[in-house]
Design a protein around this ligand. Sequence first.
Ligand code: BDR
Ligand code: CA
Length: 312
Amino acid sequence: ARNVIIDCDPGIDDSLAILLALNSPELNVVGITTVCGNVPTHIGAENALKILALADRLDIPVFMGENRPLEVAYTSAQDTHGDDGLGNSQIPAVTKVHAAQDGVAFIERTLTEEPTTSILALGPLTNIAQVLQRDAHLFDQVDRFVLMGGNYRSHGNCSPVAEYNFWCDPDAAKLTFDLMPVPIEMVGLDVTRKIVLTPSILEYMRAINPEMGQFIAKITRFYFDFHWEYERVIGCVINDPLAVAAMIDPEILGGFDAYTTVVATDDVARGQSIVDDHDFWHRANNSHIMTDVDVNTFWRLFLSRVVGATDP
Ligand code: BDR
Ligand code: CA
């Protein structure tokens, strides 16, 4: 199995992503680090522990990373994910295990000891940028670096042009593209928007695995309402699990190599990902931009792994 650190901001879809990773034999989750994003770092860490408890995997350590973006003021996404980050679902807190401090140090230590560890970045890139600024060589041998963030042709989700993870800490996103020594596999809104958890998928999950189905229904209810209000979608887009699926099975997604950067200035273009698909700048490719997804294969993977469907 591939060793992987999940850096995230749980978050409803981050939680579903963690569940997919924990139930996939291809991945060995060596630790979870949290960053301020959907919710402040400590709330994200509490939620990561709740998910680990549900999956009976409290042996996996959780670390709290950065509390604020590098330069800009912090804006959470509690309007989308609920004040508790899990759709105000009142899931009880884990009290017997605590999150540790210093997620950035954990990433540094892990990459020093196990340099090929892969990284799944599911939130703003603040922790990752901190490690890169201290020593970008730590990532030289990273097997794969997959992130959920950005958008290529698709519109933004928190401004006309920007996706939330890049927008929340645009400086960190830019630094990540500037400094990362391995190709960044970008799973952006172009592909994640196609992953809609519909009421019928939810019903199916409840029917075959009442405990897990009920849990997922509980944490997504708020998200469902939000999507109807803002996007007129019945159901909800779940972004982060698709990045996990990409780590499990690269065949699920297709894309192209390009040089990509992110707008870090705090103006109307803040957080916009700019993909030089016509090679205007003659810069070396630093990213693989996902544009196609096999939606059925994704759902077959998700349903078999997370709710134990035998023939989805
Ligand atoms: C991303 O932002 C967050 O709200 C989600 O968890 C996902 O990582 C989508 O733009
Ligand atoms: Ca996230």
